[in-house]
Design a protein around this ligand. Sequence first.
Ligand SMILES: C[S@@+](CC[C@H](N)C(=O)[O-])C[C@H]1O[C@@H](n2cnc3c(N)ncnc32)[C@H](O)[C@@H]1O
Length: 272
Amino acid sequence: MFRDGLIQNGALVQAEQPWSDAQLASLYDVFAFDGDLPLYLELARTQGRRVLEVACGSGRVLVPLVRAGCDVVGIDVSPHMLALARAKLETQSIASGGAQFVRADMRDFRLERADFDLAISAVKSLAYLTERDDQLRCLRTIAAHLRRGGVLAIDFLHPRPEWVGAATGSMQHDLLQRVPERGFTLSRVESVVSTDLARQVRVIRSAYEVIDDRGAVVTKRFVEWPYRWTYRFEAEHLLERAGFAIQGVYGGYQREPFTSSSPAMVFLATRL
Ligand SMILES: C[S@@+](CC[C@H](N)C(=O)[O-])C[C@H]1O[C@@H](n2cnc3c(N)ncnc32)[C@H](O)[C@@H]1O
């Protein structure tokens, strides 16, 4: 079931993930990140320009791909994130002909075409699926839309012992960003609500505060959401069961070797 936070008032959002809430979705791009873009642009150049982006969100990756001349289909379950992506194409005057948006669940979408050269699942989006059957369904659905020899680039969190072992109540990812054009500062603090080692699921609380220029908090929004982590060889088995051959696993977006201390765990896998 997907819960949409659109109609919820007040500070506590009850949703499967923050981006189903209209207000939180509108804050997604405040904490900018583009370290993975060169990898995806390079893959699109070498693999082919027909790209499927699963959980494309607000178009952080999709928009630069369209600008580079790719023909991209973006799938996402959040109408708010898709609306932001469409708006970015419009405001940046990028011809939207190269982009198609589909509001669908990544576990079981069906497109009319199955000729994609490249599929992308960026910034740990598979972690929103907490059950292994759902993860497998998603990977099989992606495989079904790629041409033979097409490549999936998928970015997982590297579950290092210090991340997995973080104590309940401990805070992580304390971010603060001033947004002059919107006249506020955004604070985000994530804390550990619970960690279930048997299910490999951590419940995270994200607390967002919008602070005006006088230092007053204008809006508070809390969301608690489950995050499923995946280990390296588990990911390899899942990808292989879904019809992929592992091409490489990297510890970063410049294809650094994957080691004990790698900050990321990025797979490139070829559709058999
Ligand atoms: C952290 S955002 C990442 C967005 C984008 N990939 C990026 O790199 O900026 C995660 C996205 O996953 C989407 N998402 C979560 N569960 C989903 C599902 N079951 N099906 C499709 N999209 C989903 C959310 O709506 C959100 O836009």
